[in-house]
Design a protein around this ligand. Sequence first.
Ligand SMILES: Cc1ncc(COP(=O)(O)O)c(C=O)c1O
Length: 384
Amino acid sequence: MIYLDNAATSFPKPPEVLAAMTAYATTIGASPGRSGHRPAADAGRLVFQAREQAAALFKVSDSSRIIFTKNVTEALNLAIMGLAQPGDRVLVSAMEHNAVMRPLRHLEQKGRITLNIIPSSPAGEPDLDQLRHRLRRHSFQLAVLNHGSNVTGGILPLDQIIPLLKDEGLTVVVDGAQTAGAVPVDFTALDCDIFCFTGHKSLLGPQGTGGMILKKGIMPEPLMRGGTGSRSEAEFQPEFLPDYYESGTPNTIGLAGLGAALAFVNQTTTAEIHRHERKLALILRQGLSTIPGLQLFGPAPEQDHLPVISFTMEKLTPSEIGFHLDRRHEIMVRVGLHCAPLAHKTIGSFPRGTVRLAPGFFNTFQEMETVLEAIGSLAARRPA
Ligand SMILES: Cc1ncc(COP(=O)(O)O)c(C=O)c1O
């Protein structure tokens, strides 16, 4: 089997991840921060270590600013619902996932905010002149921006966009679902207010893990309040970090796995992961571009991009291609809209969507050649 659906969730995971989860389940088992006994302290240590590993990866000096959630969707909802104020004008990129669009469209439908989309090229690249023009004409309060596209692999030039937004006093939230673990991310240099990540994609951790990083002074309203294991005498939520946002028993087994995954990524380095994945993506892009009747989407191959490649074929629908790749060639890809209809409208592949190839760190160059042969043979088939 060749697994090319790493943009949905990465597979396989490093063996260390499974070992850490098994060790927690078989030798610890207790709730972190809830009881005074030794296994509870061990569980607390595991969660703390995961936080410290995340802080090291994203270059955050105070790990209590890393808040764990069950995925990036929860982190984005927390950020959006906790920050958006009635009457706010909110900016998004033209490549947003529904994890961003649905909470924002909900607020818009309720008449609480107005939503503006940054004009972009058909490759999904933002038009910075248009953005400057909009920022001059209207005042905006909040921006929520996709860092790396799960449809085209394009990386938004945040180093150019965020300074423009900061000059106008916007609060900036970044959806780092696809970039965390795939490219180096320096939270301080990025200068956003909240960076949201998910644990089960390029961070190589288990599903049910994710989180966000808060800049000093940024305190959105929490989504939930409840038991934190701290200040149990108080009926009001403790306002210190990370407890303010982490109510209820956490996914400790998941966080044990995430901690091991983050340690793996830190040791391997995101630069090395990106180097390998970029080569895999280039082999695919170059090979696909020579197959007749095939349309490739997204940025030009020489531009820096994530290992996410979208294409369509004249002869077959994305679903047919996905079916044949799975059943005949044992190649697993994702087809359709990838929970990002706005992105597909931007690149012109709505409503049918595309076939998405998303190799990961554990894929080989030889596998990419096999995939290209399989897609070439589908393209060469005579119509039935
Ligand atoms: C850009 C982007 N944002 C958000 C998400 C949602 O991720 P999760 O399901 O882990 O919350 C995804 C995952 O598909 C994504 O690619």
